[in-house]
Ligand binder design. Structure first.
Ligand SMILES: NC(=O)c1ccc[n+]([C@@H]2O[C@H](COP(=O)([O-])OP(=O)(O)OC[C@H]3O[C@@H](n4cnc5c(N)ncnc54)[C@H](OP(=O)(O)O)[C@@H]3O)[C@@H](O)[C@H]2O)c1
Length: 432
């Protein structure tokens, strides 16, 4: 082929930069590929305006409706950068159903429609690539897909959300969560509605994509424990740093077990205390990182910018290049069968825990808290009470010895049901 025809849906933050890079790097991409990457169509509600602003020639067909484009455009490869779920899903299934290659950066689409997408790709003999969906410009997916082919991935621990990492690490420097969030929004990497980030659900969707890539199975978001950083306060950050020598990060974790043909996974997203010397504790501001634990290569860390127009467009363009090279080389499309993925019970995961509670200054209150932990089989490693200084309630920080999550959760619920304990609290696992 002299040219691979490309159609891009969504000319927003990432779509505009992808089109700009595709055109700016046209000559070098052509030289490396041996064929031109030719933009033939774009779709966006404001396609005409955006195409004009991007200086696209009249030969690039403009569609207002992406579904119209995916049915009609003469493209070999479609790029989905719309965001959302329903239209991207219909778009992706239509492209794959036509046997066309598809590139997307849409983690929500992948996390919620993984079985349908992989089935459609297989049925249509089509290729699907999604490097931009997790950790932006860091090439983690291709590394997981290819670089460990001769190895075995045992697990992953990742900082996959730049907004929460920015808030936590700016918090260590004295910024309030509100200040840090406003800064992140001004810098352009936090959503206007930050709830998906703060609640840990954005990290959970990315974890689902990572699990799918490693195992070939679907890790349904919502099927595993997810906690965000809403309950983490400045006091937790200072206590962690000054008293424990630890930093707080929102860590998304996977642990794999079972045979490759019948994989099992333990998954969790949780605010986590890490020793200051831990590689993930050094990840600050909007940066992302993924620590991969492998059987032969040991631990490897990937680090870089996890979002933003430039990093994400760079990943999207890399996907376009790789799929175009496969098309150009006449390689057959996706063939891997989708696997059933077994989830191991989160209750058996073992770690030490940090629990901060607000306790009313009443006789016997601490004894009842200690009883609740003992009754659940959780032993206390350390306990600290802030000075009352005239307040009716005081923060009490409890560090446990390693315990099963199920036991710790039972103790936490019992403690919060005590009349001397206020509902506001913070619970975090601790990593060695
Ligand atoms: N931004 C990042 O840093 C980043 C990082 C990693 C991954 N991603 C992913 O990349 C994708 C694109 O993100 P983005 O930040 O570029 O989003 P965006 O700025 O909102 O751009 C999306 C564009 O698609 C258009 N669009 C959406 N639905 C449409 C429809 N049904 N018909 C016509 N046009 C439609 C939007 O138009 P309207 O504005 O009129 O709706 C907008 O111009 C998302 O899946 C996102 O999760 C983004």
């Amino acid at each position: 082929m002299n040219a691979i025809n490309i159609a891009v849906a969504g000319l927003g933050t990432v779509g505009r930069e992808t089109v700009r890079l595709l055109r700016a790097r046209r000559a070098e991409l052509k030289e490396r590929l041996g064929a031109e990457l030719r933009l033939v169509a774009v779709a966006d509600r404001a396609a005409e305006r955006e195409a004009r602003a991007l200086g696209l020639p009249a030969s690039v067909v403009r569609y207002r409706d992406p579904l119209d484009m995916v049915r009609r455009a003469e493209a070999d490869l479609f790029v989905e950068l719309l965001g959302g779920l329903e239209t991207p899903k219909r778009f992706a299934l239509a492209a794959l159903g036509r046997g066309k290659a598809l590139v997307t950066a849409n983690k929500r689409l992948l996390a919620h429609a993984w079985p349908a997408l992989t089935h459609a790709a297989r049925a249509g003999g089509a290729r699907l690539a999604f490097e931009g969906s997790v950790a932006g410009g860091i090439p983690v997916l291709r590394a997981l897909e290819l670089s460990f082919s001769g190895d075995r991935v045992l697990g992953l621990d990742g900082i996959l959300n730049g907004t929460t990492n920015y808030i936590l690490s700016r918090g260590e420097e004295g910024a309030t969560p509100e200040q840090a969030l406003a800064e992140a929004q001004t810098l352009g990497f936090a959503e206007k509605d930050p709830r998906l980030d703060l609640s840990g659900r954005d990290s959970a969707q990315k974890l689902s994509v990572l699990a799918g890539l490693v195992t070939g199975g679907w890790l349904r978001p919502g099927a595993f424990p997810v906690a965000g950083i809403e309950s983490v306060t400045a006091r937790d950050l200072s206590f962690a740093r000054e008293r424990l020598g630890m930093a707080v990060r929102l860590v998304a974790s996977l642990r794999f077990s079972g045979k490759p043909a019948a994989p099992a996974v333990a998954a969790a997203v949780a605010p986590t205390l890490l020793p200051l010397g831990h590689p993930l504790a050094a990840v600050r501001r909007q940066y992302n990182a993924l620590l991969v634990h492998t059987a032969s290569a040991g631990d490897l860390m990937f680090y870089g910018q996890g979002a933003g127009a430039g990093p994400t467009a760079s990943a999207v363009l890399a996907d376009v290049f790789v799929l175009a090279r496969d098309i150009q080389g006449g390689l057959p499309g996706a063939a891997a069968a989708s696997r059933r993925l077994r989830l191991t019970s989160p209750d058996h995961a073992v770690s030490s825990y940090y629990l901060r509670i607000e306790v009313l200054d009443r006789p016997g209150a601490l004894a009842r808290i200690a009883d609740a932990l003992a009754n659940a089989g959780v032993s206390i490693s350390a306990i600290h009470q802030d000075p009352a200084s005239g307040r009716r309630s005081v923060p009490v920080m409890i560090i446990t010895h390693p315990a099963e999550r199920g036991r710790f959760e039972r103790a936490r619920k019992r403690i919060l049901s005590l009349s001397s304990v206020k509902p506001a609290h913070c619970a975090m696992r601790m990593m060695a």
